[in-house]
Write a protein that binds this ligand. Sequence first.
Ligand code: ATP
Length: 588
Amino acid sequence: MKFATLTSCFRRLEVTSSQNEMIALLARLLAGTPPDEIETVCYFTLGEIGPEYSGVALGVGDRTAAAAIALAAGTDLASVETAARELGDYGDAAVRLAGRPPEGIAEAFPAAGPLTVTDVHRGFAEIARTSGPGSADRKTRVLAAMLAAATPPERRYLVRLATGEMRLGVGDMTLLDALAEAFLGAKAERPPLEHAYNISSDIGFVARTLLESGLPGVLAISITLHRPIRPMLTQRVSRISEIPERIGSRVIAVEEKYDGERVQAHKDGDDVTLFSRRLTDVTHQYPDIVRHVRRCVMADTAILDGEAVAFDHATGTYQPFQTLMRRRRKHRVREVAGEIPATYRVFDLLYVNGESYLRRSYPDRRARLEEVLGRDERISPAGRTVTEDLDEISEFYLACIERGLEGIVCKSCAEDSFYRAGAREWQWIKWKSDYGTELADTLDLVVVGANAGRGKRAGTYGSVLCAAYNHEEDVFQTVCGIGTGFSDADLADLPRRLAGARVDRQPARVAVTPQAVPDFWFAPAQVVEVLGLEITESPVHTCNWDPERQRGLALRFPRFVRWRDEKRPEQATTAAEVAAMFRRRREG
Ligand code: ATP
């Protein structure tokens, strides 16, 4: 496929404001994509180079991109920086700046004729492979040669792909809808594709299987070691007494809730891979957990789900999340691991000795986990109690809080309490220590806009417009604007943090009312944790919009808590969760 075919579709996607049109455009594109390029087309459309878990990183920042644009256009760095400042984007700067590249640059990326998708993939693979001394220069030359071989519109997207700032606003579910429409006749046929995606975490792989082997091939996709399974998520309630009403089983397992980092461990003999909540490979970050899994998991192959925590065995206390986060580093990993050892508290078993456990009930999975996991100070099943009694749930909760834990996660013990990869349903319900406000939990919202700051806030933003994710409709619906809770440093950093997501028109998947239209738009990218007082009906916000009553839901008195960089926009609080919180408060 010509790269130009792809970029002209990108251009149309960028200017469409209709979700259905977006799906139709993508479906047409995918239907015309050859099998050997469909994976790449999927990744590029999502603004990625490969599946997230593969950890392929180009290592191209703005500086390298600017240097490559300058080299390809035969101009100097200052002209590129000026154009990028004026246009607000390096991709657009690469379109504007045309000139003669130096002799011999094409050798860094030989391409015959117009660029193809395969050519671009080859170029990026070369850039990703380049490391060690002199690699920045080599990356610059390859990217410059790719730019020199490209047409102006192609240059825009080469730069945006290279710097990871595509801003098309296409999410995983939109792409799955388009695949269903292109190859299964309608977007309503998405569920089997979504399931395959949930257990493989690789949309390109699902697309290629669909093209080559049809629906039977997709249905046959099974768990593969070293390829992450999308984690099952928890629901929330606003009164602890709601847990037994909602959970769908008389017998409830009440587990300790740890405030650490979610880690999915794949054991394949001695080969262990660890994945984060975002499905990135964090093996190098936890050499101690790798050791514990190798030593204590009594099975040839297994996949475990659990939480990495910093537990001080000397004092018997859990350290705060921030302590563990000091382990997120590239250098001195072992040294810091010695200072802050991680303990792995395992709460689920998804696969063992070649067999998937996803369709086994929670009690079966837990029983097998206890057989498979040899006890050790640093790795053990999550502490829990099993009960039918609400008072016992409350007592266990209070005991957890006293021990410095964050709360509890209640789990259904019903026969159908399967591990639902990627889903947030009522089989798992969290109950956390109160944040000292009316709402029992914070919301994780997506920044979609901002208003200019005035007075003391001139030069930064005065407030940011935040949205929840409506999973059914695959759109982001606004809930509130936040202007409080930011420290001075947070405020000053806002323009830098949001720069990569800035777009010049309302993104297609963002729904706002005319009253809420912000001064600036952002493609859904940044997730922010927000604390609020209550949820009310509002004509201003589109969350769970009721067209008849012309009302949505809004969060009152929102305050900034922290950025959630480990979350993708589609992992934000959903509109359905906001609606459930609203209903419960009104009823309770
Ligand atoms: P979510 O992961 O549900 O989007 P979040 O990132 O805001 O939300 P929390 O609200 O703290 O996280 O709760 C869910 C997280 O709690 C899980 O993703 C998991 O990392 C963690 N957790 C800790 N203990 C347990 C447990 N026993 N069972 C399940 N999850 C647990």
